[in-house]
Design a protein. Sequence first.
Length: 206
Amino acid sequence: EALFAWLADANVAYVLMLVAILALFVELTHPGAMLPGVVGVLSLVLALFGFGMLPISGMGAVLLAVGVGLLLAEVWVVSGGVLGLGGTAAVVMGGLLLLNGTAPPALEVNRWLVLAAGFAMGVPVLLLARSVSRLRRLKPPAEGVEALIGQTAVVRTDLEPTGTVTLHGEIWQATVEGAAFVTIGEPVTVVGADGFLLRVTRTSSV
């Protein structure tokens, strides 16, 4: 009964909802962390249980749902934090309008708590969103043969124009571009690849 009475407090249910939103947001932006996901799910279940014992306003519930949706959309859409801030604003307004008009003032969510929670949630959400946005803009690292482009190899057998070169201790088939003949021991620069055949050019001496 004491637990039910505690969960039936609108302030407690609202804080649990915020904890759930933040924890799930962190889990989605950092897959595999596990702990935020577990905390988020448990907090969400307790928050929904608490809301079920309160006279919830339809408008407040809709705003909370919209806020959660915008915050989750921030994970997949590169908006620079716009969706995250919009979701935070919706969650704040949902907290202010959480209970319907029949609820006594004593049951309403404390407005200062709502504003403080909105600020405390908006800042990390914005920082996380910007971090995810920067990571998504980074060019993916080159893999396989593409990672060799721009590196210098040494001619192992004469390129006339096809032969072999040595690169990182490995022997590669190569064909030279821009020159008809490159002798053994000369440096060449990898400019491309056709499968496992490297395309190289004579390295210009400084």
